[in-house]
Design a protein. Structure first.
Length: 227
């Protein structure tokens, strides 16, 4: 008697082959998910860091540009002034009278009428952070212009050098209370300090520059630093 093994169908062979294929376990899937989340978190962190660096650089560049504009405006006004500084000036308020003549410009670049005297006043409003230039003259109403924003402080010091022929030394620059004779003042030293960038606890960008009236020896210097 011949006994033959039972013939297996193709479907049963397929089922057997499926049962021999092993998939991912739950632990493996969880590990893969954790690794994926770590990778995504790293990518997001790098992206946010890049965005923050870009914003800080943009703010820093804007702060530098603001300081350059403000210093240029003050330098030009003082250099073109006829009588350097008015005795009405203080530690935080600079008054400069400009006599209208060829090439004379006010703090915003407008020409001063021939023969007229325009007073340009630079100051920082109490509690404000915008450097203001106020223009008065020739019976016209005063006009205020906002020069730069984000200013933390401004300090003016004055040189009342008695010898017009001698160069102005660092020791000649004094607070306005210590000026002996305003008629001898022909140079001013300005310090502008910007607010910290990006919420930094350190100091903001700072610029210190000196300017001398036209007619006196002109020796201007600009020092930029960041604490």
């Amino acid at each position: 008697m011949i006994v033959r093994p039972p013939r297996s169908s193709g479907f049963s062979d397929f089922l057997c082959s499926r049962t021999r294929i092993s998939g991912f376990t739950l632990i493996e899937l969880m590990i893969a998910m954790v690794l994926g989340l770590i990778l995504i978190g790293a990518v997001i962190t790098v992206f946010l860091s890049t965005q923050q660096s870009y914003r800080l650089k943009t703010n820093f560049d804007n702060s530098q540009e603001a300081l350059r504009f403000a210093s240029h405006a003050i330098l030009r006004v003082v250099q073109t002034s006829q009588s350097v500084i008015s005795e009405d000036s203080t530690a935080s308020r600079l008054n400069v009278d400009i006599l209208g003549r060829d090439g004379a410009l006010d703090c915003v670049g407008n020409p001063v009428p021939e023969g007229a005297i325009f007073r340009n006043t630079f100051y920082l409003p109490e509690g404000g952070d915008t450097l203001i230039c106020e223009i008065n003259g020739a019976g016209a109403p005063s006009t205020e212009f906002e020069l730069v924003e984000g200013v933390e402080g401004v300090i003016f010091r004055y040189a009342d050098a008695k010898d017009d022929t001698a160069p102005v030394a660092d020791a000649d620059y004094k607070p306005y209370d210590d000026v002996d004779a305003w008629g001898n003042v022909r140079s001013v030293r300005t310090t502008l300090r910007m607010r910290p960038i990006g919420g930094d606890d350190g100091g903001g960008l700072e610029v210190t520059f000196t300017s001398t009236s036209r007619g006196a020896a002109i020796g201007d210097s600009i020092i930029v630093s960041q604490d």
